[in-house]
Every structure is written in structure tokens, then in C-alpha cells.
Design a protein around this ligand. Structure first.
Ligand code: ADP
Ligand code: MG
Length: 258
């Protein structure tokens, strides 16, 4: 690809190099222009919360970052490297970018521990004993170590989502993407997942989080990205975004949810 020889995009953060960068990204679904001129740089250890109305392109943004969706124009880099499009490079990318969805998507017929170890063993060729030791540590970290031998269906939704987070972390990703990770949960289970995400943020993980949990956004985000109709309309520190959003669209959005 010719893009490889191009210099770093203009407007790059002057300080730390971006761990994740999107530059001039365009994405269409047929006639629908779902991502427009996306420019975003996320530095290592940063937590970016993506807000915006339904249909604004938040999920599509996440899905392009781990290459579940292709883009029509522009470039996306992880740690300076362009996203590979296929082959072993794509498999490696998938291990570098963890993703947690609204639906937990655990393997129903595998134990909780096996859910966490299968990718390290199969994709990264980690020896089983090591994968299981690390898997149990991760289950401990997300507070479900005592559920290791159960099947996912025997766990609550909150526990399943925490297993899904552990499963992503087992691949030692550089970036974690969360797309409405608590939206399918009963209210009493939301906090246990938010707590795990907050701990992960404190541990220095680079995170892009689509969520309706405004408490998490206020407390934990370094920056809020507000999207509307496929565009990033503003990027602000949370205290500014929630008290003095610049755009009318963000003001309107906040007036409906707060
Ligand atoms: P959000 O996550 O902010 O609600 P999405 O990224 O899911 O928004 O969707 C953005 C727009 O793209 C919406 O209009 C949605 O209907 C459309 N869209 C999403 N995925 C597809 C797809 N696979 N095919 C066609 N249109 C899609
Ligand atoms: Mg969505």
C-alpha cells in the first residue's frame, strides 16, 4: 500500500506519539455515509469515552478499529503501524486490539476458564499450563475466579461480561475497545462491570469506551469524543464537555440525557 511511505498525519499530538490514530477515515454503507472525516489520536494509557446519539457511528468507529469493518478512505494506525487487511498481520492486529461488546459472546459450550485460555493457546501458541495460570489470574482480577469451571450460562450477566473482559485481556492487547458493555445488563450488575473497567483504566490500559454511563465518563475519561451523524463534533475533557459543551448538538444531547 502506498500509504506506508507517507509521513505522520498533520495535526499529530505534539507530545507522546499516538498509540491509536485515525486519519481522514471515511466509511459508507451503500449510500449512507456513516463515518465522515474522522481524525482521532489516542495516546498510551489514555481513556477516551465516545458519546453520541443512536446511529451516530459509534459502533462502526469501534468496528473499524479492530477491522471488523473495512474503511473506504483514510488510515488507522496502532502503535504507528497501519492496520493490516488480511493474513497473519490481521490475526496479530486482532490480538493487539481487544473488544468487548454489549452481548458477551462467550463460547457457550466451554467453561469460563476455557473461554479465557482458548485464544492464547490457539492463536498465540501459549502453553496450556501457562495460559491457565494467567487465565486464573485474570479471572481473579475481574472477581470471578470461583466461577472458572462453570459454563457461561450458569453465571449472571455481570459475571459473564467480566469474563468477556478477562478473555480480551488474555491476549495482552495494546488497546481495549468497549461498545456499550453494560447496556444489556440489569441495573444492579452495571456497577460491577464499571468497577472492573475503572480498575483497568487505573492500571494504565489504553481504552476507547462507548457507554451511556455518564458517571464513568465524568470520573474516568481523559477526553470525551462526541459524535453526531458520522462526524466527531467535539473532543473535550469531561469536566468541560459536561458543563460547557461547545456545539449545539452536544448541548441538545446532554439536555436529553442528564
Ligand atoms: P451507533 O453505534 O452510534 O448507534 P452505528 O455505528 O451502529 O451507530 O450505526 C451508524 C449508522 O450506520 C446507522 O445509521 C446504522 O443504521 C448504519 N449501519 C450500521 N451498520 C450497518 C451495516 N452493517 N449495514 C448498513 N448500515 C449499517
Ligand atoms: Mg452502537
Amino acid at each position: 500500500m502506498t500509504q506506508i511511505t507517507q509521513p505522520a498525519p498533520e495535526g499529530s499530538a505534539a507530545t507522546a506519539p499516538a498509540l491509536l490514530s485515525l486519519h481522514g477515515v471515511q466509511k459508507h454503507f451503500g449510500d449512507l455515509h456513516v463515518l465522515r472525516d474522522i481524525e482521532l489520536e489516542v495516546t498510551a494509557g489514555e481513556v477516551v469515552v465516545v458519546l453520541g446519539p443512536s446511529g451516530s457511528g459509534k459502533s462502526t468507529l469501534c468496528r473499524t478499529i479492530n477491522r471488523l469493518e473495512t474503511i473506504d478512505e483514510g488510515e488507522i494506525r496502532i502503535d504507528g503501524e497501519l492496520l493490516p487487511t488480511s493474513g497473519p498481520g490481521l490475526a496479530r492486529l486482532r490480538s493487539e486490539v481487544g473488544m468487548v461488546f454489549q452481548s458477551f459472546n462467550l463460547f457457550a459450550h466451554k467453561s469460563v476458564l476455557d473461554n479465557v485460555t482458548v485464544a492464547p493457546i490457539k492463536v498465540k501458541k501459549v502453553p496450556r499450563a501457562q495460559a491457565e495460570r494467567e487465565g486464573r489470574e485474570l479471572l481473579e482480577r475481574v472477581g470471578v475466579a470461583d466461577q472458572a469451571d462453570k459454563l457461561p450460562a450458569q453465571l449472571s450477566g455481570g459475571q459473564q461480561q467480566r469474563v468477556a473482559i478477562a478473555r480480551s485481556l488474555a491476549m495482552k492487547p495494546k488497546v481495549m475497545l468497549f461498545d456499550e458493555p453494560t447496556s444489556a445488563l440489569d441495573p444492579e450488575m452495571i456497577n460491577e462491570v464499571i468497577t472492573v473497567m475503572t480498575d483497568l483504566a487505573k492500571s494504565g490500559m489504553t481504552m476507547v469506551v462507548v457507554t451511556h454511563e455518564m458517571g464513568f465518563a465524568r470520573r474516568t475519561a481523559d477526553r470525551v469524543v462526541f459524535m453526531d451523524a458520522g462526524r466527531i463534533v467535539e473532543i473535550q475533557p469531561p469536566e468541560q464537555f459536561f458543563t460547557a459543551p461547545r456545539s449545539e448538538r452536544a448541548q441538545d444531547f446532554l439536555s436529553k440525557i442528564l
